[in-house]
Design a protein around this ligand. Structure first.
Ligand SMILES: O=C(O)CCC(=O)C(=O)O
Length: 275
């Protein structure tokens, strides 16, 4: 038995590359946080979707609370040990009836991490049933290693570089990861996954939080930031991130802009499609 996950869940993660669902927060708490996200969108006149959805843990104290929550970190510790950094975070909103989707991919494709050991917790801010376009995975595919991806330019694809697996996926062998608001799923960085358009009547929103052990390093040329969220870092492979204290205040915005620019520069320097 781990701190949060059962032995069966840890075995499933090792065998299948994912675990779902795991309980974390009360649904009422998620409604409060959901409203804060939408209040920010209204004030900005801008939805948090493709192009605006990176690293919100640097802008909002409520996201900082989620990424540090023991209910999430205990599960991460069960999989990668007690010294943990938050490497990246993407918010994934899909409006009802929109064509927005996420193509088949492996997260590791543009992360340049060594060793390749990161795990993503997808925390549901709203319910994410199958009809809303929850994540769909190929169980066991994390054992295939890094696969070839191509880049496609499709405005409906929520992935920033439109990366998509270069081979077809056998849809008879996939599994869905539906979650309710306040639950999360966990997936391995090499797990092949996608999500289809939202055919429900409600908005679907989740936070994809990518955690790494502190001994991991990013092999790209430019240094990037990552936040120490538990334990100790004896390696110094990343520049520390500033925790937000005000809701998208000037200091939060300045730090966020710099961290996102550095992440994008790292990302743009990788050319996995040519490998
Ligand atoms: O939210 C989605 O539909 C996809 C999320 C995803 O690809 C991820 O968290 O790695």
């Amino acid at each position: 038995m781990g701190k949060k996950l059962t032995d069966a869940q840890i075995t499933q993660y090792e065998r299948d590359g994912y675990v779902c669902p795991v309980d974390a927060f009360p649904a009422e708490q998620m409604r409060v946080w959901h409203e804060r996200l939408e209040a920010f969108e209204r004030a900005e006149g801008q939805k948090m979707t493709r192009g605006h959805n990176f690293k919100p843990h640097l802008l909002f104290p409520w996201v900082d609370e989620i990424v540090h929550a023991p209910a999430v970190l205990d599960a991460i510790e069960d999989l990668i040990g007690p010294d943990i950094r938050l490497f990246h975070l993407t918010v994934w909103p899909k409006d009802p009836g929109s064509g927005a989707y996420v193509s088949w991919h492996q997260d590791a494709t543009y992360f340049a991490l060594d060793p390749i050991c990161h795990v993503t917790a997808w925390v549901a801010l709203t319910d994410a049933p199958v009809e809303s376009g929850c994540m769909e995975v190929v169980p066991g595919s994390h054992k295939l290693g890094q696969m070839r991806h191509a880049e496609m330019q499709d405005p409906e694809n929520l992935l920033s570089r439109g990366q998509a697996l270069a081979v077809d996926v056998d849809r008879t062998r996939t599994a869905f990861m539906p979650v309710k608001a306040g639950q999360f799923s966990l997936h391995h960085t090499h797990l092949v996954h996608n999500s289809r358009p939202n055919r429900s009547n409600d908005r679907r929103i989740g936070l994809g939080i990518s955690y790494i052990p502190t001994h991991a390093r990013c092999t790209a040329r430019n240094r990037v930031t990552a936040m120490l969220v538990r334990g100790q870092d004896r390696y110094g492979n990343f520049d520390e991130e500033r925790r937000p204290t005000a809701e998208a205040g000037p200091e939060e915005r300045a730090f966020h802009a710099d961290a996102v620019a550095r992440f994008r520069a790292m990302n743009a320097s990788l050319n996995i499609a040519a490998e």
